[in-house]
Ligand binder design. Sequence first.
Ligand SMILES: Cc1cc2nc3c(=O)[nH]c(=O)nc-3n(C[C@H](O)[C@H](O)[C@H](O)COP(=O)(O)OP(=O)(O)OC[C@H]3O[C@@H](n4cnc5c(N)ncnc54)[C@H](O)[C@@H]3O)c2cc1C
Ligand SMILES: *[C@@H]1O[C@H](CO)[C@@H](O)[C@H](O)[C@H]1NC(C)=O
Ligand SMILES: *[C@@H]1O[C@H](CO)[C@@H](O)[C@H](O)[C@H]1NC(C)=O
Ligand SMILES: *[C@@H]1O[C@H](CO)[C@@H](O)[C@H](O)[C@H]1NC(C)=O
Ligand SMILES: *[C@@H]1O[C@H](CO)[C@@H](O)[C@H](O)[C@H]1NC(C)=O
Length: 578
Amino acid sequence: MYTLFLCLIVIWSGPTVQAKAPPPPVQCNRTGCTLSNSYGAWGSDRNGCHVTNVTYPETEEELRLAVAYANQHQLKVKVVSKFSHTIPKLACPGSNSEGANFLISTENYDSGIEMDGVNLVVTAEAGVTLRRLIDEVEGVGLSLVAAPYWEGVSIGGAISTGAHGSSWWGKGGAVHDHVVGISLVVPAKASEGYAKILRLEAKDPLLNAAKVSLGLLGVISKVKFSLERGFKRSITYNFTEEAGFEDTFIEHAKRHEFADITWYPSRNVAVYRYDDRVPINASGDGTFDFLGFQPNSILISQTIRATEKALESSRNSKGKCALAGAVVGVKKLVANGLKNNGQIFTGYPVIGRQGKMQTSGSCLYSTAIDTTCAWDPTIKGLFFFETTAIFAASSFADFIRHVKRLRDLNPDNFCGVDMYNGFLIRFIRASQAYLGQDEDSVAVDFNYFRADQPLTPRVNQDVWEEVEQMAFFKYGARPHWGKNRNLAFLGVPKKYKNFGNFVEVKRVLDPQNMFSSEWSDEVLFGKELGEKGDGCALEGQCVCSEDRHCSPEKGYFCKQGLVYKEARVCRYLQSSVS
Ligand SMILES: Cc1cc2nc3c(=O)[nH]c(=O)nc-3n(C[C@H](O)[C@H](O)[C@H](O)COP(=O)(O)OP(=O)(O)OC[C@H]3O[C@@H](n4cnc5c(N)ncnc54)[C@H](O)[C@@H]3O)c2cc1C
Ligand SMILES: *[C@@H]1O[C@H](CO)[C@@H](O)[C@H](O)[C@H]1NC(C)=O
Ligand SMILES: *[C@@H]1O[C@H](CO)[C@@H](O)[C@H](O)[C@H]1NC(C)=O
Ligand SMILES: *[C@@H]1O[C@H](CO)[C@@H](O)[C@H](O)[C@H]1NC(C)=O
Ligand SMILES: *[C@@H]1O[C@H](CO)[C@@H](O)[C@H](O)[C@H]1NC(C)=O
């Protein structure tokens, strides 16, 4: 059986040429439109987002007229990019008493890029894709220093949720910390034409609110980034023992400009990324085509999903461990997708241009029907949760020690995380942005199986719930605004020293709360979501306090954490099921 997994994974990660483009997030018919996110995690069939009117402006003036239209007609409004890659339901507009609302897509507002090589800045329209911006910048011999590892984002969407790569050097790893100007379309008085454009420059205090704004202040029309002279990167991965990484991560981040660490807790493995800037004339034409973002055969994605579901229903942790072992083995073999010459991996270090090494997403550029991104909802492939917790550097080591204690009780409990990407640990510098990081921080991502049906409990979910609650409640981690399950946002206002300033700017710029919805309020204000329904803890809509918040009929009861006793998690009890 294990060889089968291994074959699957090897094929899964193999090179493919053709693929199917992800479906557009807005789908309309005669009765209206539905907005989904790229994973189908909300949208047509789950927790739908109904939109009564959508517009696709192509110029800044059309964008202004769209905001004016919404304001004049008192419509709730939101902006979404052509990707809609954000996991919380942030881009879904609320509705007025007649059930009407309005959506502005930046899909066609994506052409303008103004390069200023003298001042080392570039200004782009908000719908421009990250990939296009990077290619244009690199084309004139410059580099954008920070970007998320995933390139399938728009400029406006990326900064709005605080997207980041990894760096404690210079301005750091968060994209918004390289922003030096923003144009923002906000509602205005009738005498001003119902909407106006604010041009925020570097010294404007409003810029600190607008850099990371969750789409709540208005529509970003243009973003100005600071650039640096073009450079290359030299990357080596060291797959090694995990011992002591919680004591050395600071040194690692200080020594290498773009350092990160991936920890596979079930395998006692830590992977150090030694990633440094090298001069543009260093030899090497490598690319980083990250394995998880390469096109996957649809059949293989479906087979892996089916295997995972079978392991779930037979409660087979050992099977997950075999799969995790195979995945880590393949990643080591192919260096996570680094390619020395753009084709294959032949050895470390891999040296290539910044624009080819920082971010990737080859599954997006799809021309045929048999491959796609592994999570494409139309193929019923992978479906998973993504938790991202951002810690003050000073509390991170204690968090890891705590997780290690939990892991040591039974390492197999973590195989379901290691099958995905383990714990990806990245570095973000202190920021002036009101909803950015107040101090030098460490971000941890981990992904894990999500069932097709919200009320289906999952193997080992108690353990990952404990890690999640430990992160957000015991160690005060901040949630990434563009990821996470709702409970991660509980109590979020008191985690930001400038939270009050952000809310004040929001009140001034959008006094009617046009750009807010019940869903974005849940995220921003982190409020407990009304009544706790049956099964609410299963998808992270609540922290359980009674058994019915879990799934007692399937043997899952609300229990305390194993190491963090204050946690309340849904745990499977063997004896309860006959
Ligand atoms: C596979 C994958 C990998 C990822 N990897 C990373 C990573 O490495 N690092 C990381 O930090 N994040 C990562 N993310 C998260 C991603 O960076 C964010 O979710 C990002 O916000 C998505 O951008 P988007 O263009 O799809 O925005 P959307 O989902 O369309 O919108 C995001 C938010 O921004 C608002 N918005 C969009 N455009 C505008 C505008 N013009 N004006 C005002 N508001 C606007 C929307 O209303 C919404 O609230 C990843 C996501 C995926 C799916
Ligand atoms: C049309 O879209 C609405 C939601 O936008 C959906 O409820 C309905 O089922 C769709 N109808 C058809 C025929 O697809
Ligand atoms: C949709 O919005 C546009 C403005 O962008 C407006 O002209 C049009 O009348 C609206 N359509 C409906 C059905 O409300
Ligand atoms: C990998 O890391 C280990 C420490 O965990 C170290 O001993 C070893 O020298 C490193 N290997 C390389 C190639 O840097
Ligand atoms: C790169 O250029 C610098 C000067 O700009 C030069 O000193 C150096 O020798 C060059 N290195 C290589 C590998 O060509």
